[in-house]
Design a protein around this ligand. Sequence first.
Ligand code: PMV
Length: 317
Amino acid sequence: MVRTSAPGKVILFGEHAVVYGEPAVALAVSLRFRMRVAPREGGRARVHRVDGHRMDASCHAYFKYAVDKYWTGGPLEIRTDSEIPSASGMGSSAALTTSLMGALIELGGGAIDAERERIARQSFDTEYGVQGRASPTDTSTATFGQGILLAKRAMDGLIMHVERGGAEWYVHRLKVPDLSIVIGYTGVKGSTGEMVARVRRLYDENPLARGVVSEIGEVTMEGVAALERGDAARLGELMDRNHELLDAIGVNHPSLQRLVDAARPHSLGAKLTGAGGGGCMIALTEEPERVFKAIAEAGGQPFMARMGAPGVRRDGD
Ligand code: PMV
């Protein structure tokens, strides 16, 4: 029997602009997806079970895709336990897929630590296969942990190059300081596809929007430098700036702004994270309890987290 876990993620800088070739930074956070995978003694051939149910494509799309493509052994018994809210932009499907891929490698006699790039590639392939369209952001962050810089060209810290469906990405490793962030979930489900399409229209019609996108790219690279210096105050300022720029391209939402406003008096910086139109915001803070309370009082669901969580790993039995 193998236990594994993988972290959820938030985007610290660069969402939406990354669609136009600008860099983006994603952080692994200390909320984890945990899994226990064991061979099913006496199970019928190829009948796998997930949390007591027969694995099937409609309820367990990621499991089914990954196991059908990447597991050649006998039937499996899988148990899951997640701290990451699903469909909130916090990367829960990537953390699920990555912890499963890690477990399959360990069960097959391999070691997660020796196979991280393979785990990242197979997990991205699974997300892409199930979602039809995906970037390697979430699966790379769940695999490698810490921080990930996604860019359209190779820079320092390159881990791998990924190409799919005519798009390409260079995935870089970023070491990040151990700082507190509080995540606020609005409870409003934003549609990533709709928000990306909205920015696309603005970008095509309006040169000001193109200027905003390129400024987000500059903020992101300044953010990378601040992360490397461990300069929390500067990181906070840059998060505030990134939020204003995201607001300018129309992906903010009243439910997000309410939580950002509630968090700011006790934070170094706060911004929406991910696609916007609802979903989540993040605050960088030295007073996490106060921010947690402020977000709850403003009607959001707060989560305490730390930056710099480890990537997929085998946990103790
Ligand atoms: O909703 P999330 O956190 O997975 O973020 C989407 C990020 C976008 O930049 C808006 C879209 C993308 O594919 O990069």
